[in-house]
Write a protein that binds this ligand. Structure first.
Ligand SMILES: *Cc1c(COP(=O)(O)O)cnc(C)c1O
Length: 522
């Protein structure tokens, strides 16, 4: 039985939790127990024939007792998983304003294309002659990525943005080693505002990370970079547009400074959605940049996978791209799997077993083809317009840390405006859940106190943006009026209330243990 204390509301309106229900359900929001709690070992939803008796070849290692896995009937199975799926909030449910994540609509057309048997049912170990269409799809997508970024090489196999960072930085490392500078160039510069994966990637492959201080206006100053440059610097990892939602005004000067110092420019391209069709990172002087297909090209985010993070490379880095890659030989497309077949290239190795995420490639190409060049450009323009619309709609109530720079694809607020209200960024985010919104990105980037990073993307209609703005305005005014009760216990209407997220992350309970047998009633 849930024991939610209800929040007192205006006009005597009873909250849902003021009347605890017998079942624990809240109207049609059904409480769902774990499979282990509701399942029974003797029940199954399938009806299989008894297996034929065979002579065991397990040499005495056969299972002795029952395995004890629980089962459900078919309708129970269906309900269990449908109910669980209904507890999920996704981009198909509503506005998903996570900044730095680009949660955009995943068109159903892409799903349909990815399920075509010729793409969906092929196997990575099939003879290459039987998957020429699949290879053509990969190389066509690769070509579009090079056109959109203004680069001449791309490695398709990395399976996420962070994985792409690793591949790109390993290519940089290989290039430095090929020049015989491996021992001396061991420093990577990372701005304070960077995504955590940047310093983690550099450190993982043995670089020493040096932090570039953030300027008061949220951008990186070329002079601050130059002050750190020396013969020991291998590269900079710079995000553009950056994690404050600002296009780095000195990105070209920074690229030049790096190159003049014999170092490389790794660009974190997670925010490419803001500039597709408008600016080519290759023209800005990047040497390597990952593209999160699951952010910019509308493929689904998948809880750590399957994403896709192809990395475009400058001519200087192209020879060091990892295996495998596709080469055209006459009319045939060949997936080069072995360094001995790589010709003059010097691949640093490989980052994944096969060629990358075929399903994501198919979806991304479907997105590109259905939008066309003009459509992709418009998507970027609309994403930027939506972010600035939200910024303008809230800027009289909520404080903006960098008012002098227009926002690109995401609007960044700090918690200055919440000072003395007794409401924190976390409280505000939790109250958004009561209003039916997934919270925005909180407390990131770290350089902004109590950051709230909102990225609406191009997916939202004007009406949807207006409702979102009105809901946030209502919350902001409540906070300023001192209605702390609306925030301190929020969310009030969610199936679960305020959770101890730190403890959940630090000491997760990963194993279900049966509850102790119930005490006999007195
Ligand atoms: C999302 C993101 C990453 C990491 O990408 P994944 O695909 O989640 O691994 C890196 N940098 C920035 C700025 C991001 O937003």
């Amino acid at each position: 039985m849930l024991n939610n204390q209800g929040r007192p509301t205006a006009a005597g309106e009873a909250t849902a939790s003021a009347h605890p229900t017998f079942t624990g359900n809240k109207a049609l929001q059904v409480e769902e127990a774990l499979l282990f709690e509701i399942g029974r070992a003797e029940v199954t939803g399938v009806d299989l024939d008894e297996p034929e008796a065979v002579k065991s070849r397990l040499g005495g290692l056969e299972r002795k007792g029952a395995i004890g896995l629980v089962g459900l009937s078919e309708p129970e199975t269906m309900r269990h998983f449908v109910r669980l799926s209904q507890k999920n909030y996704g981009i198909d449910t509503g506005l998903f304003p996570l900044g730095s994540c680009t949660m955009k609509h995943n068109p159903r057309l892409n799903e349909k294309m990815a399920r075509l048997p010729g793409f969906g049912d092929i196997h990575p170990l099939q003879p290459q002659s039987t998957v020429q269409g699949g290879l053509e799809l990969i190389s066509e997508l690769a070509r579009y990525l090079m056109v959109l970024t203004g680069t001449s090489a791309v490695t398709m196999s990395p399976k996420a943005g962070a994985h792409g960072e690793l591949a790109g930085m390993m290519a940089i490392k290989a290039a430095i080693e090929a020049k015989g500078e491996g021992a001396k160039r061991n420093v990577v510069l990372v701005p304070e505002s960077a995504h955590g994966t940047n310093p983690a990637t550099a450190a993982l492959i043995g670089f020493v990370v040096k932090s570039v201080p953030a300027r008061d206006d949220g951008t990186v100053h070329v002079e601050d970079v130059k002050a750190l440059l020396g013969p020991d610097v291998a590269a900079i990892m710079l995000t553009n547009p950056n994690t404050c939602g600002i296009f780095e005004p000195q990105v070209v000067e920074i690229a030049k400074a790096m190159h003049d110092a014999g170092a490389y420019f790794y660009c974190d391209g997670a925010n490419f959605n803001a500039i597709v069709g408008k600016a080519k990172p290759g023209d800005l002087g990047i040497d390597a940049m990952h593209i999160n297909l699951h952010k910019t090209f509308s493929t689904p985010h998948g809880g750590g996978g399957p994403g896709a993070g192809p990395v475009v490379l400058s001519e200087r880095l192209a020879p060091f791209a990892p295996l495998p890659f596709i080469r055209k030989e006459g009319e045939k497309l060949v997936m080069v799997e072995d360094a001995s077949d790589a010709g003059s290239a010097q691949p640093f190795g490989r980052v994944t077993a096969f060629h990358g995420q075929m399903g994501m490639f198919t979806r991304a190409l479907a997105y590109m083809l259905s939008h066309g060049a003009d459509g992709m450009k418009q998507a970027s323009e609309d994403a930027v317009l939506s972010a600035n619309y939200i910024r303008a709609g809230l800027s009289d109530l909520m404080s903006i840390p960098f008012p002098d720079h227009p926002s690109m694809h995401e609007a960044l607020f700090d918690d200055e405006w919440l000072k003395d209200t007794g409401v924190t960024t976390l409280d505000f985010a939790k109250a958004m859940i009561d209003e039916g919104y997934h919270p925005m990105t909180m407390y990131f980037p770290l350089v902004v106190h109590g950051a709230m990073l909102i990225e609406p993307t191009e997916s939202e209609s004007r009406a949807s943006l207006d409702l979102f703005i009105m809901a946030l305005r209502d919350l902001a005014m409540a906070a300023k009026k001192g209605d702390t009760a609306r925030f301190s216990g929020a969310p009030y209407h969610a199936p679960r209330r305020r959770l101890d997220e730190t403890r959940a992350a630090r000491t997760p309970i990963l194993k279900w243990t049966p509850p102790a047998p119930a005490q006999a009633a007195e």
